[in-house]
Design a binder for this molecule. Structure first.
Ligand code: UD1
Ligand code: CA
Length: 450
């Protein structure tokens, strides 16, 4: 079964009161639009068309960054949902099969619901996703006749009797792609809003003897975001669901409400997550790891048995092999840390390779940036980097090599060698006492004089 996705994302989102286009506001680290695209992607569409309008350049960049095969079309003027879908006509000129229309500001429609919708479209010409609304407010109403959908009436155009209907339109529609564009071509804008309503395809289709029906889902899935308050509520709903999924999957969250998850966070069974941990996008943690309190992780991978934190920061490209230790106030970025290696205290390790079982002393810094370019540091297996070593990249420290504490390492260290790069200690006997006596005498003179 071939499908095409059309994601409407041209609206301004006036109530967000923002310079950022509404669909780019994030939930769980990803734009609303990306949530919608990811849900739709589970149908493995032949083509995904995003209809952008307000902030089209930024919307387009975000969509293409997520999936470079996406086609972005621009709706210059927002004349209604049917007009928005019509913008995808050329991009889908050769498409066949089912078209599914989603909204870019409705992030939680589940893949299972989309599967049911696409399945129902095999036996009905049009399928609309509806929901029983606790407060139907201004949603479009689904006028049913048994299992058959007669038409959709927008709140503004509805009679009192129609407004009493609680089965509402989510906006998600499935229809044969060729038929969809044929029907849209016939839609006018003679209604209370003066807009081209996509919802009118139902009445039009029925008048032609075609069939239409509704499938329903939980209202939580159709939740749209129109204001910052709704964005916050959507974020809370996402986090609550994602935490519950992790708990059910065998992850221990000591204080679930304090753990912030991203859309794509993956955590293995029997991993322990202490309170106040933030997972940004792109984190995978294997089974049996421990992420200690107040750690911040993004774009990284933590392997089995590793212990991260408390107060650790793993930035994009941090790859921890099994049984590593990354301790307090340690930042790791774009670095492979080998099995059993330890970076326990107060260090920065960036653009680096750390060999298996290496021990990185407290306060070690890979000086990776010269102000213009980034350079790489290699630390061999079983190396011992003394506390407060500055590794001035590019630099290579060999296997089983050592650096003396406080060294500034600017040239390569060969396997098994000890490198010392610090001023030699000199000692002046009695000098400390003499110095203190001199200073005290000076202070006493000053106090007498005042
Ligand atoms: C629409 C439905 C309504 C449904 C509700 C669910 C129509 C006519 N009405 O109403 O039945 O209950 O959604 O939330 O379809 N958009 C564009 N270009 C446009 C107009 C809209 O891209 O010209 C996008 C918006 O950015 C938004 C979505 O389409 O993501 C829905 O548009 P919106 O104006 O919010 O529709 P509603 O009036 O809420
Ligand atoms: Ca809306």
């Amino acid at each position: 079964m071939k499908t095409s996705l059309i994601i409407l994302a041209a609206g301004k989102g006036t109530r967000m009161n923002s310079d950022l286009p509404k669909v780019l506001h994030p939930i769980a680290g990803d734009a609303l639009l990306i949530h919608a695209m990811a849900a739709g992607a589970t149908l493995e569409p032949e083509r995904t068309v995003v209809v952008a309008g307000h902030g089209a350049e930024r919307v387009s960049a975000a969509a293409l960054d997520h999936d470079s095969d996406t086609v972005v079309v621009v709706q210059e003027e927002q004349l209604g949902t049917a007009h928005a879908v019509d913008q995808a006509r050329a991009a889908l000129a050769d498409a066949e099969g089912t078209a599914i229309v989603l909204y870019g500001d409705t992030p939680f429609v589940s893949p299972e619901t989309l599967e049911r919708l696409a399945g129902a479209a095999q036996s009905s010409d049009i399928v609309v996703l509806g929901f029983e609304a606790a407060d139907p407010a201004r949603y479009g109403r689904l006028v049913m006749d048994g299992d058959s959908l007669s038409r959709i009436v927008e709140y503004k155009d509805a009679t009192e009797a129609e407004r009493a209907i609680t089965l509402c339109n989510s906006g998600v529609v499935a229809c044969d792609v060729r038929r969809l564009f044929d029907l849209i071509a016939e839609i006018g804008n003679d209604n209370a809003a003066g807009e081209y309503y996509l919802t009118d395809i139902v009445g039009l289709a029925r008048a032609k003897g075609l069939s239409a029906t509704a499938v329903t889902c939980d209202e939580a899935e159709t939740l749209g975001v129109n204001s910052r308050a709704e964005l916050a509520a959507a974020e809370a709903a996402f986090q609550a669901r994602a935490r519950a999924v992790l708990l059910a999957d065998g992850v221990t969250l000591q204080a679930p409400d304090t753990v912030y998850l991203a859309r794509d966070t993956v955590i293995g069974r029997d991993t322990l997550v202490e309170p106040h941990v933030v997972f940004g996008p792109g984190v995978t943690v294997e089974s049996g790891a421990t992420i200690r309190a107040f750690s911040h992780l993004e774009g990284c991978h933590v392997s089995r048995g590793s212990v991260v934190g408390p107060y650790a920061r793993l930035r994009p490209g941090a790859e921890l092999a099994e049984n590593t230790r990354v301790g307090n106030f340690v930042e790791v970025k774009n670095a492979q840390v080998g099995e059993g290696a330890k970076i326990n205290h107060l260090s920065y390790v960036g653009d680096a390779f750390v060999g298996a079982r290496a021990n990185i002393g407290a306060g070690t810094i890979t000086c990776n940036y010269d102000g213009v370019m980034k350079h790489h540091t290699h630390i061999g297996a079983d190396a011992f980097i003394g506390s407060n070593t500055m590794l001035v990249a590019p630099v290579h420290v060999g296997d089983s090599a050592m650096t003396g504490s406080g060294s500034v390492i600017t040239s390569d260290v060969e396997d098994g060698a000890l490198a010392l790069a610090r001023a030699p200690q000199i000692e002046k006997p009695g000098m400390a006492r003499k110095l203190m006596d001199m200073l005290r005498a000076r202070k006493a003179r000053a106090q007498r004089g005042s």
